[in-house]
Write a protein that binds this ligand. Sequence first.
Ligand SMILES: *[C@@H]1O[C@H](CO)[C@@H](O)[C@H](O)[C@H]1NC(C)=O
Ligand SMILES: *[C@@H]1O[C@H](CO)[C@@H](O)[C@H](O)[C@H]1NC(C)=O
Ligand SMILES: *[C@@H]1O[C@H](CO)[C@@H](O)[C@H](O)[C@H]1NC(C)=O
Ligand SMILES: *[C@@H]1O[C@H](CO)[C@@H](O)[C@H](O)[C@H]1NC(C)=O
Ligand SMILES: *[C@@H]1O[C@H](CO)[C@@H](O)[C@H](O)[C@H]1NC(C)=O
Ligand SMILES: *[C@@H]1O[C@H](CO)[C@@H](O)[C@H](O)[C@H]1NC(C)=O
Ligand SMILES: *[C@@H]1O[C@H](CO)[C@@H](O)[C@H](O)[C@H]1NC(C)=O
Ligand SMILES: *[C@@H]1O[C@H](CO)[C@@H](O)[C@H](O)[C@H]1NC(C)=O
Length: 761
Amino acid sequence: MAANHVKFLCVWLSFSISSVFTITLAQSDNYIVHMDLSAMPKAFSGQQSWYLATLSSLSTSLVAKTNATIDSSKLLYSYNHVIHGFSASLTPEELEALKKAPGYISSIRDRTIKADTTHSYKFLGLNYDSGAWPVSDFGKDVIIGVIDTGVWPESESFNDGGMTDVPSKWKGECESGTQFNSSLCNKKLIGARYFNKALIARNPNITISMNSARDTEGHGTHTSTTAAGNYVKDASYFGYAKGTARGMAPGARVAMYKALWDEGGESSDIMAAIDQAITDGCDVLSMSLGLDQVQLYEDPIAIATFAAIEKNIFVSTSAGNEGPDVETLHNGTPWVLTVAAGTMDREFGATMSFGSNSVDGMALYPGNFSSTQLPIVFMDSCNSTAELRKVVDKIVVCQDPGKEDSLNDQFNFVQVAGNVAGIFITNNSNVDVFTQAPFPAVFLEQKDGDILVKYIKSSNDPKASIEFKKTFLGTKPSPTVTSYTSRGPSYSCASVLKPDVMAPGDSVLAAWPSNLGVARVNEDLVYSNFNLLSGTSMACPHVSGIAALVKGAHPDWSPAAIRSALMTTSDVTDNTGKPIKDVGRSLRPADPLAMGAGHVNPNKALDPGLIYDASVQDYLNLLCALNFTEAQIKTITKSSSIDCSNPSLDLNYPSFIAVFRDVTAKANSTTVREFTRTVTNVVEGSFTYKATVTPIKGVKVTVEPDVLVFKGKNEKKSFKLSIEGPRQLDEAVSFGYLTWEDSGGKHVVRSPVVATSYIIE
Ligand SMILES: *[C@@H]1O[C@H](CO)[C@@H](O)[C@H](O)[C@H]1NC(C)=O
Ligand SMILES: *[C@@H]1O[C@H](CO)[C@@H](O)[C@H](O)[C@H]1NC(C)=O
Ligand SMILES: *[C@@H]1O[C@H](CO)[C@@H](O)[C@H](O)[C@H]1NC(C)=O
Ligand SMILES: *[C@@H]1O[C@H](CO)[C@@H](O)[C@H](O)[C@H]1NC(C)=O
Ligand SMILES: *[C@@H]1O[C@H](CO)[C@@H](O)[C@H](O)[C@H]1NC(C)=O
Ligand SMILES: *[C@@H]1O[C@H](CO)[C@@H](O)[C@H](O)[C@H]1NC(C)=O
Ligand SMILES: *[C@@H]1O[C@H](CO)[C@@H](O)[C@H](O)[C@H]1NC(C)=O
Ligand SMILES: *[C@@H]1O[C@H](CO)[C@@H](O)[C@H](O)[C@H]1NC(C)=O
């Protein structure tokens, strides 16, 4: 039960077309094809004409058998930035012929991609008078490209009140299409495009229900307004989470690139969307989607985002919702930011009043409920619909016996019986799966339930009233790591610690298409302009917006510098001052494989003191050290020649992970893992930084030198961090933190350090 429900809650969208559609031309499939541009004959006017000629040359070689002509419709996309190459719909024979064509490097089959499914600004410490908002001018003129399910342009969150003209560098468009007029864009929503050629090629008989950038799913409207929605007063979800809604960067612009459809999602459409976003002039890309268990050179998102990084575009992605198991994370790509999901200090519920007492419980019932005192009865295990029906006009109270599925069963019995309301006394840790009930339901902790039951048992005529639509703030502890957020290490590059940071992902309020039902009251769908969603899909756009703020304040910073600022300034303690806890690990302290460097802190991210920068060449050196073939590396870098003279797994990253795993090791024999890192002072003035390392169980960490003196801005200093440990570490994961702190105590530059015996394969 719980597992199924959790899946629904977390994996809000799961695009999987293969089960729904069968491929008409059984032998045809979409391929992303990498070509060596240096092999292009001079006679061709451009890449696209060369690709078309290459494709039709395949048809001549096949013509004897099929007499088919490969017309230009075979070519789906000719890419400009993300790869040198194209995508095309090809039969196996055509693919084999293509492999012999001049300039062919490699090809990958198209893949189906899935998305990972207002208060958060206050929780993150943003305010009008100081810090990230005013310093960055609210992200003004930073353009965030969102690759998602489209937008609902009429949403109040896309109002452009108070916004200046669209930045002159913008080259994007507002494409018209089904129920989407190009005049629907404005100074906030500055672009809207859609991509589905590959989806249609794979399913020739498909009918695209909404052939435009209009959102029929809701996900894209929610993520894009989380990143950069404008102010909307009196936003709420049926009275829950009431307040003024706004995105993380209310001054930033949004451009939507719809590539996820009700009918499915194809990687070559996503690549085309990223390609266009680069051409259009986006500054930040936000992608709440990903592919599990793929190598970097086979991951279209990793390949396409390499081109974005080369153009200085910051890329934020979601870690996935497959936690709490280890190595479930996707987008563990060294050049993007990978975001985990945490909780906020906010809960939704109801207050019950009875006798002279009152208790609060959890609830998200969207309907209206009488405020009068109603008869209430204790039904203990609530395991019989027939018994419950006998008291249908009363509020029933159920004690969850705490067995597997018992809460689920009670919930269903009460729903079927149709009692006035159901009160469930439970310690089920997945209770949030039930709160959005289609009937009036309240979930009480045992101690509060005991007070209620005692009252009922002692009263001749027990009555209670319930007030729904309550928002409780200040939940402790918070943030916590959600159970569902996917965990590292990275499948595709285990030498870089992932995820990078955590951001709010649980019960996030953001805009929603007004024609899409958000919940049910009894049998009826109910509608709202705002919806509460949970998932790493919701965490990712928070950081996209915050990255826009950092970029607004520091337009010259590289994507790696912005990532470093976000990571080294994040928080590792919660609102009780204790280490952030992990809901997926029975509230034990969260490790960096769950939350990365910590919970993102936008105000501090603007002034990190030091940064760990990395260039495109540094990423190339890493790819060389991963022992990829030349063709595999070229697939990612697109360069005609590659310089692998300095291979190194030691990317200049603001976190550290070392593997101690040698089952054949003799007892007590030790080994040392070394990292060389370079930090850049990004503040005017001279500073002396001193290193401290928290003790890490099972290993010894040293830093040399442990004092760094900077004479001025942009000065770089290197240091070596060594981890000495047994060849075979006892712990699966052992961790601590390296902190560089300036003598004035103004800048604290923290990096997680992980030692693991975990097998990464
Ligand atoms: C697609 O349409 C054609 C022509 O209408 C039909 O023959 C074929 O069976 C359809 N294929 C699928 C998979 O529905
Ligand atoms: C083969 O294609 C050519 C050109 O489209 C056409 O003229 C010819 O009739 C076709 N032959 C057959 C056997 O279909
Ligand atoms: C778009 O909307 C405007 C204003 O409502 C209207 O004048 C125009 O004709 C519409 N364009 C299209 C292509 O429907
Ligand atoms: C609840 O009451 C409000 C205000 O009267 C009304 O607009 C809304 O439709 C009601 N909700 C339901 C589910 O009946
Ligand atoms: C319901 O639970 C009670 C104990 O609370 C038990 O005696 C009874 O057998 C259960 N009934 C059913 C139908 O499971
Ligand atoms: C939950 O409640 C049940 C029954 O009251 C109890 O057996 C169980 O130990 C409780 N679990 C937790 C985690 O408190
Ligand atoms: C790459 O190959 C070298 C030489 O065979 C080997 O020592 C090294 O461990 C390999 N690196 C990785 C990341 O597999
Ligand atoms: C390993 O080290 C422990 C503690 O330092 C010691 O008690 C033990 O005898 C050593 N074992 C071997 C095989 O040297």
